[in-house]
Design a protein around this ligand. Sequence first.
Ligand SMILES: NC(=O)c1ccc[n+]([C@@H]2O[C@H](COP(=O)([O-])OP(=O)(O)OC[C@H]3O[C@@H](n4cnc5c(N)ncnc54)[C@H](OP(=O)(O)O)[C@@H]3O)[C@@H](O)[C@H]2O)c1
Length: 279
Amino acid sequence: METRRTRRTHWYVKLPFRERNCALQFDVPDIQNVVSFVSMARTKPLTEQVAIVTGGGTGIGRAFTEVLAAAGAQVVIASRRSDVLRRTADEINAMLGAERVFSRECDIRDRAGIEELVTDVLTRWQSIDVLINNSGLAVPETVEEITDEGWDKVMETNLRGVMQLVRAVLPHMRRNDFGDIVNVSSQAGKHGYADVPSYCASKFGLLGYAEALRDQLRKTDANIRVFNFCPGLVDVENIRPEQTPRAGFIHVSNMARTLMYALSLDRNVVLEDINLHAR
Ligand SMILES: NC(=O)c1ccc[n+]([C@@H]2O[C@H](COP(=O)([O-])OP(=O)(O)OC[C@H]3O[C@@H](n4cnc5c(N)ncnc54)[C@H](OP(=O)(O)O)[C@@H]3O)[C@@H](O)[C@H]2O)c1
């Protein structure tokens, strides 16, 4: 948002909505209040938000799902294993005493399946406010061992799947002029590791794709933020609050807390690449 003083007691406020620039009159000392008001006008309480979390049935995705649902959002968790998704949804809903988590079988490599998922969520709730691209996998093949199948599986899941989901969801976020897209990359998206070259290539690629997406959103003045998580090792086995993570790993709750912090920032603030790892 851009502000500039036009006369002693008038400020020109360029609202970050398309075609809604206007001049407001107020006392100069009130400028901070006006700026806050304008920023607030672009937020939406989490209790009114709808999120899709891919891979939300397990690990990091489950931790994201729990924290979003606990904050009052409706959360659709999507991945291939419907039994795992249903169990997670039932457990979280029972814990909260409310139905906030909904499971949806979907292979993110399947374009038609993604379009169906997006259509169904929009039919039920009319918006998708948060998209968490968390699904991902690694095929441990060294540079000499890489198979076409292994390479394609990693790229189709970690990169093509994300692109397909963003492509399907973005028009609706634009229409509502509101959205947050959260990508789970990795420290393997910043550093190369000999045992998982295809995984590294996909996670580096995800960051490049996200940067281009962010640039496109900035150029078109969209109220849509893009966050990337680049975690080191996250313990997805010792997940209960009282459990200590294995040496070299962080507790998964740190991912959830960081997500909530990132989402809570003013709409004009984006934490770009969130690097977090054990000391
Ligand atoms: N744990 C770590 O140390 C760590 C560190 C850095 C980054 N990460 C990243 O964090 C994300 C979550 O990993 P995690 O550690 O929580 O492991 P995880 O529990 O194995 O989660 C991966 C999720 O991806 C889903 N998935 C895989 N292929 C899919 C497909 N084709 N379509 C839809 N969903 C698919 C899986 O569900 P289904 O099997 O039901 O499809 C699963 O729920 C991944 O992107 C991973 O690369 C993890």
